[in-house]
Write a protein that binds this ligand. Structure first.
Ligand SMILES: [Zn+2]
Length: 180
C-alpha cells in the first residue's frame, strides 16, 4: 500500500497519485486540505531517498493555502512474494547485487548486468500491480544469465534452486554439459 500524506494526514483514495517511474511525471491536482478546492499549482518538487519519494510543495489556487504532498514511485510499493509466503519490498539494488555476485570475475560487463536488471524491472512493473512471485523474478534472472554467461548462470541457479530441489541443480549442470 502506498502512503500519501498531506500535512501529516493520510489522503483519501481520491487524492492518491500513482505513476510509473518510466513515465513523465505530470503533477495531478490534490484536494486542498483547507478549502477542498481541487486546483493547485506545484511550487516546488524534490526527490528524496534516491528518487523513491517525491515531495511537492503545493499552493491552492483558490485560497492560496500551501501544503505538502509525498508521492512514492509505484514500483517502490511492489512486494515480492517469497516461497515461505513472506513478503518483502521489491528492490532493484538487491536484484543487481545478486546478479553481480553471480557474475563475479566473469567476463560480463556491468552495463550488461544493468541492462538485465532494467529489463526485469520493466517486465515486473508492467505485468504485476502490487505483488510479484519471487519465482517469476528468479526465472527471469536465470533466463538472462543463461544468455550472458554459463558459469554465472550455474552459480545463480545453484543458490536459487537450493531451496527447491537439489536434483534440479544437478539436472541443470548436466543439461549444460550435454550442450557443450
Ligand atoms: Zn484552498
Amino acid at each position: 500500500m502506498l502512503l500519501f500524506m498531506v500535512n501529516n494526514t493520510a489522503l483519501t483514495p481520491q487524492n492518491h497519485v500513482c505513476y510509473k517511474q518510466a513515465t513523465t511525471i505530470t503533477s495531478g491536482s490534490m484536494r486542498c486540505p483547507k478549502c477542498g478546492c481541487q486546483e493547485d499549482k506545484v511550487i516546488d518538487s524534490r526527490a528524496s531517498r534516491e528518487g523513491a519519494t517525491i515531495r511537492r510543495r503545493r499552493e491552492c489556487l483558490q485560497c492560496t493555502h500551501r501544503f505538502t504532498t509525498y508521492e512514492e514511485v509505484e514500483h517502490e510499493g511492489l512486494m515480492v512474494l517469497k516461497r515461505d509466503n513472506r513478503r518483502e519490498e521489491f528492490s532493484r539494488d538487491k536484484l543487481l547485487s545478486g546478479i553481480r555476485k553471480a557474475c563475479q570475475k566473469r567476463p560480463v560487463s556491468l552495463k550488461a548486468m544493468e541492462d538485465l536488471v532494467d529489463h526485469i524491472v520493466a517486465v515486473v512493473t508492467a505485468k504485476y500491480e502490487s505483488e510479484v512471485p519471487g519465482d517469476a523474478i528468479g526465472k527471469m534472472v536465470m533466463d538472462g544469465l543463461r544468455e550472458l554467461d554459463d558459469v554465472a548462470y550455474v552459480r545463480f541457479a545453484s543458490v536459487y534452486r537450493r531451496f527447491q530441489e537439489a536434483t534440479d541443480f544437478v539436472q541443470e549442470v548436466q543439461k549444460l554439459e550435454a550442450t557443450k
